[in-house]
Design a protein around this ligand. Sequence first.
Ligand code: AMP
Ligand code: GLY
Length: 415
Amino acid sequence: MNVLILGQGGREHALAYVVSKSKLINSLFVAKGNPGIKEYATIIDIDPLDFKAIMEFSLQEEIHLIIPGSEVYLENGIADYFLGSNISVFGPTKKSAQIETSKAFAKEIMKKYDIPTAEYQIFDNYNEAIKYLDKKEIPIVIKYDGLAAGKGVVVATTKDEAVNALKIMLEDKKYGNGSVIIEEFLEGEEFSLMAFVHDEIVIPMPIAQDHKRLLDNDLGPNTGGMGVYSPVPIISKESVDYAVLNVMKKAAKGLVKEKYNFTGFLYGGLIQTIDGPKVIEFNARFGDPEAEVILPKLKTDFLEIINNLLHSTVKEIVWDNDYYLGVVLASKGYPNKYSINHKISGINKTDSPLFHMGTKMIDKELFTNGGRVLLVTGKGKTIEEAKENAYINVKNIECENLIYRTDIGAKSVKK
Ligand code: AMP
Ligand code: GLY
């Protein structure tokens, strides 16, 4: 098969890593890729959002399958653009991707198909939202339904904070004309459950736990993710089985019933509450950095899985039993202002996969080129061993401008 992956971060690097190992692969291309991906694929300089150019390239290179990394491509309709062509896109159409891109749509599906989630109400009017808020307890969660440059979710710990968020979103309309969801605050451990989905077929993956805050002990600002591990021993098998059945399978089935059939990676962001797992969000693509620790665990041929799914064939998937733990090395200053172009050395000394998130190569030397720069993994028979190995690998990397958390996986490590 000839395959084209769209994107350029750590997730796309991990996808290229597993696709390149498939016995079905003939040619693998990535647009626009990164220096780490060069090891496995041909990098092409086409903007993945230029669908016309992607189509021309795909016809010329006889591409069979396109795997979009980011939701941006789905939201802009990459799957719709290729409908009716001979090229498959492993990702949902724009309409089905609303499970991620519209919080109101996702909530309606969850309500209609009895998928456990936080209690909520949707508002367009500021005064009505305030009236509802007055009846509710704090903490409470305020979510803008639309793109808000990562500022659309406010977990308010005081009434003033909640009122202020509503004012910004509904009165000042700072992010646009979207509505707002006021949602019950859920308490518990967060985990990510992903599945390969095609219509009603749902093949779950091992779960992972992301670390969204910048600093140790979950302090500091929210980021795109500073570390991750898989599987997650603090979440029981019963909880995962429950979530596969009551969240992932119900969602896939519900989407089919609504004629919003979903093909691609479905991501459930869950919280383990005392009443069982509940959904905080769905995503319509692979999680990042989750992909970087889940995909290395895959023993079954990745393209065979996708191929079988696209033909509605179900076969058992095998994952190895090891733990993988990933530590993100980020530029000093991230998620705010940071500088780039700092030289990186030592990446070849690590003994388990290392994924590039924001790097560039100049004259065979590697430099930082983004907020999150590298994800370094460690593997082990236990989470403790994976953690130890990941940090040994981190120590091999030399760069004057990189920072990292020292407590990835700490909650799962026995004291
Ligand atoms: P974001 O990744 O910006 O969508 O932020 C979502 C984060 O807000 C999640 O990772 C949770 O930590 C938190 N969050 C969202 N909804 C809830 C909720 N209902 N209860 C508790 N925390 C939530
Ligand atoms: N790790 C969170 C996400 O991919 O959305």
